[in-house]
Write a protein that binds this ligand. Structure first.
Ligand code: IPE
Ligand code: IPE
Ligand code: MG
Length: 240
């Protein structure tokens, strides 16, 4: 239980391929993906992880077939409605990041409702990235900073790394120390580009609907076996 990351970020990938293996359609995979979300949230709570960010839908995912996109939107709304009472009972605080204005009104309402209900909770902070992409987020942050410079509330010299972090959608959370991606794809896919600068990356072939508590523990023990050097030498780390 030592040297645990405070913040884990996960790219939940492989629902479609998992469904195909079962001879089912893609939405079947997304429904089973929700079961993995429940398992991983439970495990993270048990282990005492403070922040868990899950990539549920990217800006690029809007370009998927219309039937899949609307199926996913329905699934989000239904799942949030169904899960919020339990999440609340377990002291979990929900947060959503992304271009939420692009979501259907019904989904937007479900999200703000869920955030409001769980706002005072002090356990795990569960951050769901929905209609999120890192480049979108960086463009928004740049506009906000430029606006401050234009209206005179910020000097150019004060555009620091901290100022950039404060203008991202994740401003309230520490950067993830561990990023997990399932399904064998070894890419970031526009996820938390700035925040993952020094994260440990863990890739597994397991498809998301097959991912559970044991897989999370495996990723954590791999994380614990790594030496995080942050540019220093191994010797420096050991004498620090
Ligand atoms: C991840 O699974 C879920 C979302 C992106 C919404 P995919 O739907 O990408 O599954 P694969 O990659 O096609 O198997
Ligand atoms: C990344 O998965 C986004 C989510 C898991 C929500 P994709 O399946 O959309 O990623 P790419 O496009 O294959 O990289
Ligand atoms: Mg995929």
């Amino acid at each position: 239980m030592e040297r645990l990351p405070k913040h884990i970020a996960i790219i939940m990938d492989g629902n479609g391929r998992w469904a195909k293996e079962q001879g089912q359609d893609r939405l079947f995979g997304h429904y089973h993906g929700v079961i993995s979300v429940r398992k991983v949230v439970e495990a993270a709570t048990e282990i005492g992880i403070e922040y868990l960010t899950l990539y549920a839908f990217s800006t690029e995912n809007w370009d998927r077939p219309q039937a899949e996109v609307s199926g996913l939107m329905t699934l989000f709304v239904d799942t949030i409605a169904k899960e919020v009472p339990d999440l609340h009972k377990n002291n979990i605080k929900l947060h959503f990041i992304g271009n939420l204005d692009m979501l259907p009104k019904e989904a937007q309402e479900a999200l703000s409702n869920a955030m409001e209900i769980t706002a005072q909770n002090t356990g795990l902070t569960l951050i769901i990235a929905l209609s999120y992409s890192s480049r979108w987020e960086l463009v928004e942050a740049t506009k906000r900073i430029a606006q401050k410079v234009l209206n005179g509330s910020l000097d150019m010299e004060h555009i620091t790394e901290a100022e950039i972090s404060e203008n991202l959608t994740t401003s309230e959370f520490p950067d993830p120390e561990l990023m997990i991606r399932t399904s064998g794809e070894c890419r970031i896919s526009n996820f938390l580009l700035y925040q993952l600068a020094y994260a440990e990356l863990y890739f597994t072939d397991t498809l998301w609907p097959a991912f559970g508590k044991e897989d999370l523990i495996k990723a954590l023990s791999e994380y614990q076996s790594r030496e995080r050097r942050f540019g220093k030498t191994s010797e420096q780390i050991h004498t620090d």
